[in-house]
Design a binder for this molecule. Structure first.
Ligand SMILES: [Zn+2]
Ligand SMILES: [Zn+2]
Length: 749
């Protein structure tokens, strides 16, 4: 009997076997199929087709959907699943187009028992939104007898490469007549296509003119384009300081890919924070890129998915999940800001999009470009061991100087006029001076809220979350509440201590909300805005940034959000309120992250014509992460940090995995973690270091106690038996215990 192994999006770590009915004989790996599953129908992907003895009660595949996954994507997903010990169905779910669930359910609702190809039903459901699209033909001539309006429409179409007719009518009332005339003359072609679903499209970006490359850009471009053109599966580290013009190099590489007719994926960190970056690709490639982001509806994403699959669009841009875009004939993957921790998925399938981008490109014979101003030590290590070619863009593309960085030792420096120790005299004066010059300021503080904690000064009791072992943060706003940043628990701030009843609760520490208030009071003339997760998400972030860009705001106060690649030419002062917060995290990568953060935040200063200045406040001015950041010395930092890692046996000199266990009952969680540790120790007989179990640094979250067991070995091959053993124990955990295996963990908290 002909059988198919199918990955179904259910959390079971294996594929399911189905019968291939004779009517569907042509089904091949990668095909999307609707399969009966219990009383339901689910869409899955065929992994393999074979002849064999059918297992008991085997059921037939119900339908084959018209568009399959590309073969290279199918095999890549299988490999990813094996690498991370992740359930195969969950992994395929990452790559399947949305609507598949709907499709499967409607199949069952319709009780259509006719086997056979799904036909155009699927497409029919999507055809609701068609639009007319006008695009210029190849010609460049312009007959003299055209009306002014027709001429304007033609110029607009040539500038944008194409435009929805309805929008042209919005701009020019008589656009339809003009288009008809242009169409008669063979200058414009009108087609019907799916409604442009992309909200990024609304910001009508004028097409740009590629700038002349500087010598460093030219050299990097030459190396990458040669590999793209030759189909040489190489990995490049493009190390360029902030403002050195990496994006231009990526765009030239995309040109080379387009010229060769291969597809491209561009991964960017947290796309909602970087609309400006994305619009640069739009400006260059117009409609030839498709931007995948969370604001799209399932239907819109489906449309993009099928266009990419068909090769109608050959460049996909998006956050980490764009790694799974079904790009046709993939030949290039760019990972921009490759050091960014948002490339690691921290729930479900815990994959790292940067690591997997290298793998996916390599398997396809494609090129992978990892770009950063502050490369991760993993990527630096790849370059040093010959697994990646390093290219350097040393200077800023437009000849600004790197900003001058000053360190303020908070142990020796008093509070400025506000009386707040977190706003020292040097920083206060620097703000004053910058405001006098009518330039802009960014102040970076790692903590949102008003005060990070509330403590009773009579008995010392800290106000903590009832569900988590963390302090509650005071948010002033209108509501005067304390809130947990882990589980979002919220309660009113009481007048008296819950323990000793004394009216002695005091606010401790400084959050972005309080900093905003302090500044507004100290500089009443200045317009202060705040950017953090409490005030902005999605489009709202863009609006805040836009207000800064249009100089409606003088001082922007914010968390990490302000460090992302925004290009704000009138910002000349960047202040880091407390550099120590990032250094005190109990994680071997704390110094690396602090260094990256400082360099990125400093990179926001002086991007226009005026020189930039950075003031960093700290209690630990001799910390090597600060000292090297002060000198913009990435090489020096990398050298020092790699030496430490090698001595301590941390990645990139070893491979790690983290087993995370949690349960409502502390003893149950601890017991399960102990059994994981014991089993792995027994199975690996000293080949794998097993550390723990130990309580997680935040021991309780959302009412569940958390324990961890760390596995470590010199390389992946030696680690593998440990992973196999751990995966076995995790599969057999009792129902009241949750356990996950995190291979190559990034977040140790
Ligand atoms: Zn008290
Ligand atoms: Zn909580």
């Amino acid at each position: 009997m002909k059988l198919a192994d199918v990955a179904l999006p259910v959390p079971v770590p294996r594929a399911f076997t189905y019968e291939v009915p004779s009517a569907l004989e042509g089904v091949a790996p990668g095909a999307r199929v609707v399969c009966p599953f219990g009383a339901r129908a689910i869409t899955g992907v065929v992994l393999a087709v074979r002849e064999g003895e059918p297992p008991e009660k085997v059921r037939p595949i119900a339908k084959v959907l018209p568009i399959s996954l590309p073969a290279d994507l199918t095999s890549f997903l299988v490999e990813l699943s094996q690498y991370y010990f992740a359930p195969i169905g969950e992994v395929f779910r990452l790559a399947m187009p949305p609507l598949d669930r709907e499709t499967a359910e409607s199949t069952i609702r319709a009780k259509s028992d006719t086997l056979g190809l799904f036909g155009d039903e699927e497409a029919k459901g999507l055809s609701a939104k068609k639009i007319q699209w006008a695009e210029p033909t190849a010609g460049t001539e312009e007959p003299s007898k055209l009306s002014a309006q027709a001429r304007a429409v033609l110029a607009h179409l040539r500038a944008h490469g194409g435009y929805p007719v309805a929008r042209l009518v919005e701009k020019w009332g008589n656009a339809r007549a003009a288009i008809e005339k242009l169409s008669e003359l063979g200058l414009v072609r009108v087609t019907t296509r799916d409604k442009e679903p992309d909200p990024f499209f609304d910001t009508t970006v004028p097409r740009d003119v590629p700038p002349v490359l500087n010598p460093a850009q030219e050299e990097a471009t030459r190396a990458i384009c040669a590999a793209v053109t030759a189909g040489d599966p190489r990995t490049f580290l493009l190390h360029g300081v902030t403002g050195s013009g990496k994006t231009e190099v990526y765009m030239r590489a995309i040109d080379a890919a387009k010229a060769r007719g291969v597809g491209v994926i561009v991964l960017v960190p947290e796309i909602s924070l970087t609309p400006q970056l994305v619009s640069r690709y739009r400006a260059r490639f117009g409609d030839g890129v498709c931007v995948l982001h969370s604001a799209l509806t399932a239907r819109e994403r489906y449309t993009m998915w099928s266009r990419l699959r068909a090769g109608e669009v050959d460049v996909a841009i998006g956050a980490r999940s764009a790694l799974f875009a079904p790009v046709k004939d993939l030949g290039l993957i760019v990972v921009d800001e490759e050091h960014d921790s948002s490339f690691k998925q921290e729930e479900g399938v815990r994959y790292h999009a940067r690591d997997m981008a290298i793998l996916r490109a390599f398997r396809r014979g494609g090129v992978c470009v990892l770009g950063s101003a502050t490369p991760s030590l993993e990527t630096v290590h790849l370059a040093r061991t010959g697994k990646a070619d390093k290219l350097v863009l040393a200077a800023r593309a437009r000849a600004q100087e790197m900003p001058a960085v000053e360190i303020v030792d908070m142990r020796r420096t008093g509070a400025g006029p506000t009386g707040d120790k977190k706003l020292t005299i040097p920083l206060h004066r620097a703000i004053e001076k910058t405001l006098e010059k009518k330039e802009q300021i960014i102040l970076f503080l790692n903590r949102r809220g008003f005060s990070p904690s509330v403590r009773c000064h009579a008995c010392g009791e800290l106000v903590v979350c009832p569900n988590c072992s963390v302090a509650l943060t005071f948010h002033k706003g209108r509501s005067r509440v304390v809130r947990c940043h882990y589980c979002d628990h919220e309660e009113p701030l009481l007048e008296r201590c819950a323990k000793c009843k004394a009216p002695a609760l005091e606010l401790e520490g400084l959050g972005t909300e309080k900093l905003e208030e302090t500044l507004a009071a100290a500089f009443p003339e200045a317009k202060v805005a705040r950017l953090d997760r409490d005030v902005a998400s999605g489009k709202a972030i863009e609006r805040v940034i836009e207000r800064v860009r249009s100089r409606e705001v003088d001082v922007l106060v914010g968390t990490q959000m302000v460090t992302k690649g925004h290009d704000l030419p009138f910002v000349t002062l960047v202040g880091v309120i407390n550099a120590d917060a990032a250094l005190s995290i109990p994680d071997f990568r704390a110094a690396e992250r602090a260094f990256q953060l400082l360099v990125q935040v400093a990179g926001r200063a002086g991007r226009g014509d005026a020189p930039g200045r950075v003031v960093v406040q700290t209690y630990d001015p001799s910390h090597h992460a600060l000292v090297f950041a002060l000198q913009h010395d990435t090489e020096g930092f990398v050298e020092r940090e790699l030496r430490d890692r090698r001595e301590l046996g941390y990645p990139p000199y070893s491979r790690m995995a983290l087993v995370r266990i949690d349960a409502v009952d502390e003893e149950v969680a601890k017991g399960a973690a102990e059994s994981v540790a014991a089993t792995v120790r027994r199975a690996t007989r000293g080949e794998v270091d097993v550390l723990g179990p130990a309580p997680a640094p935040i021991a309780r979250v959302r009412g569940r106690f958390r324990f961890r067991v760390m596995l470590r070995a010199p390389d992946r091959k030696k680690l593998r038996p440990g992973l196999v053993a751990a995966a076995h124990v995790l599969e057999a955990l009792p129902r009241n215990v949750r356990g996950v295996l995190d291979v190559d963990p990034v977040q140790l908290l």
